[in-house]
Design a protein around this ligand. Structure first.
Ligand SMILES: C[S@@+](CC[C@H](N)C(=O)[O-])C[C@H]1O[C@@H](n2cnc3c(N)ncnc32)[C@H](O)[C@@H]1O
Length: 265
């Protein structure tokens, strides 16, 4: 097999970032969309939009002809805490200005959104709502039929063992029953392939669902490193911007002194 050279390594620079533990999975999210080339992406739980806009960015930059739906009440839940309307407004503003033709925000309960999707229609489903055991299992049970045979479901926070998070327990139960892959960095990300459909032909999908332990470990290490790399890159860019701003402020201040002192006249 040729070495896998993912698009996140070649040309990805995070376009939208809000506070989120999804920061540990952005390069993978970007590459997964590029690999699947989905016609339909559905996200359950969007909040600030970090994961959602990563999917949208990959759709746009990799010329994928498809739609991304974000389902959320944008009111918060027991784990995120309640938040005000400014979160929805910020997501709406970015969606309209950058991804107007491909993104749809569905401000409603997950259960109310179900009726808007046909069975076997979703290529990529992201489950990232409330993380109790009961909520995650309900979301999986309700939405699994909506996913295409061979489609992909990703679960966030499957390593988080805080408060009454139970996604980890649910993942431990279902992972052995399906074709799955587990990312352990950050709060973890589970990847599940629904049975049926065509055999995966993209290198990333082949590696994800390979039974070869070395391949799986290499992939895990690669994406843990890629996420750290992007995080450092973002910090460096932020530092450079700050330095430039300071320099500009110093230059402005010096110019002001010059024009207001007798020597500067
Ligand atoms: C963990 S946050 C999503 C994080 C986001 N994916 C990111 O990239 O940072 C969970 C979101 O799910 C929403 N949520 C939880 N349960 C829901 C339900 N049953 N229906 C609609 N929204 C729900 C909350 O409002 C919250 O904004």
């Amino acid at each position: 097999m040729q070495p896998y050279l993912p698009p996140s390594l070649r040309n990805f620079s995070i376009d939208y970032m809000a506070f989120s533990t999804w920061v540990d999975h952005l390069p993978f999210g970007y590459d997964l969309v590029a690999a699947i080339r989905p016609q339909m992406v559905v996200e359950l739980g969007t909040q600030n939009g970090t994961s959602f806009f990563c999917f949208c960015q990959s759709m746009a930059e990799n010329n994928i002809d498809g739609l991304c739906y974000a389902v959320d009440t944008w009111a918060g839940d027991e784990h995120t805490g309640e938040y005000d309307n400014s979160t929805y407004e910020a997501v709406q503003k970015h969606a309209r200005s950058h991804y107007a033709s491909i993104s749809y925000l569905m401000r409603m309960l997950f259960n109310d959104a179900l009726a808007h999707f046909s069975n076997d229609s979703i290529d990529l489903l992201h489950i990232d709502g409330l993380h109790t055991y009961d909520a995650v299992s309900e979301d999986f049970r309700n939405w699994y039929p909506k996913v295409k045979p061979g489609g992909i479901i990703i679960f966030h926070d499957i390593q988080a063992r805080i408060m009454d998070f139970g996604a980890w327990k649910f993942w431990e139960e279902i992972a052995p029953q399906y074709n799955t892959f587990t990312f352990k960095q950050g709060f973890g990300l589970g990847v599940l392939r629904k049975e049926g459909g065509e055999e995966p032909f993209h290198d990333l999908l082949k590696m994800l669902f390979s039974k070869d332990q070395k391949t799986q470990e290499d992939l895990r290490a690669f994406y843990a490193h890629a996420a750290r790399f992007h995080e450092y890159k973002r910090k460096v860019i932020r530092q450079e911007r700050l330095q430039q701003q300071r320099k500009q402020q110093q230059m402005d201040a010096a110019q002001k002194i010059q024009t207001t002192t007798p020597d500067g006249q």
